[in-house]
Design a protein around this ligand. Structure first.
Ligand code: CA
Length: 226
């Protein structure tokens, strides 16, 4: 497991690196935000620990940049006491959890464990391909076929389908889909989600009016069953 630690306090870098290494993690650290972004883009990590107050680029901007660049690695933010706004904003910008400084290392390890458990990367529910009914999806090549015929999906439809499949069995609220598929800075209405779901059903379901795979959960959202 590889962890990227973006932190500028030397004492904390040393303490955390030592402790994480002794827990079996491989640790790479970046002492400012710009370096953090470039490391995160250059190689894959299982987790990013990200301080908010950083030189060159603050943690919130780092988080936003990484999510915009489609880096979905779990991010644990470190905020200073009383930075409530940062916490809220951090989560909105795509951080997965936060911890307030000062913290006990044991608490940090517990959060890391929880995040890695939750992470789709480690749960291995991001398959390279997936089949349902007579539809096959090749995620790496972004190719969808139905009865071996190529189905044309827009980038958004594909992303939506992928998200539904990765979270199959879960009830997904329209707001969540908007955040995860369209992105936090897009401002479409939840109606947009309904429209795209309808298009996906049209293209993929045997009978779009009685969908077998992309179910509506009334009053809540959607659920992929496959
Ligand atoms: Ca700092």
């Amino acid at each position: 497991m590889k962890v990227l630690l973006v932190e500028d306090e030397e004492g904390l870098i040393i303490t955390l690196t030592d402790r994480l290494q002794s827990e079996g993690f491989e640790v790479k650290s970046a002492a400012d935000g710009e370096l953090g972004v470039s490391f995160a883009l250059a190689e894959a990590f299982d987790l990013i620990i990200l301080d908010v107050m950083l030189p060159k680029k603050n943690g919130l901007d780092v988080c936003r940049d990484l999510r915009q660049k489609e880096i979905s690695t779990p991010i644990l933010m470190l905020t200073a006491k009383g930075e409530t706004i940062d916490k809220v904003l951090g989560l909105k910008l795509g951080a997965d959890d936060y911890l307030t400084k000062p913290f006990e290392v044991i608490e940090l390890l517990a959060r890391i464990e929880a995040l890695l458990r939750r992470s789709p990367n480690t749960m291995n529910n991001s398959p390279e391909s997936f089949r349902f009914g007579d539809v096959s999806v090749d995620f790496r090549r972004a190719v969808v076929k139905k009865e071996n015929e190529l189905i044309e999906l827009s980038a958004l439809e594909f992303k939506l389908l992928q998200y539904l499949i990765e979270h199959r069995g879960e009830v997904l609220k329209r707001d969540e889909l908007l955040d995860e598929v369209w992105g936090y800075d897009a401002m479409p209405s939840t109606r947009t989600v309904d429209v795209h779901v309808a298009w996906l059903r049209q293209k993929l379901e045997e009978n779009p009016r009685y969908p077998q795979f992309i179910h509506t959960v009334h009053g809540l959202g959607y659920k992929f069953v496959g």
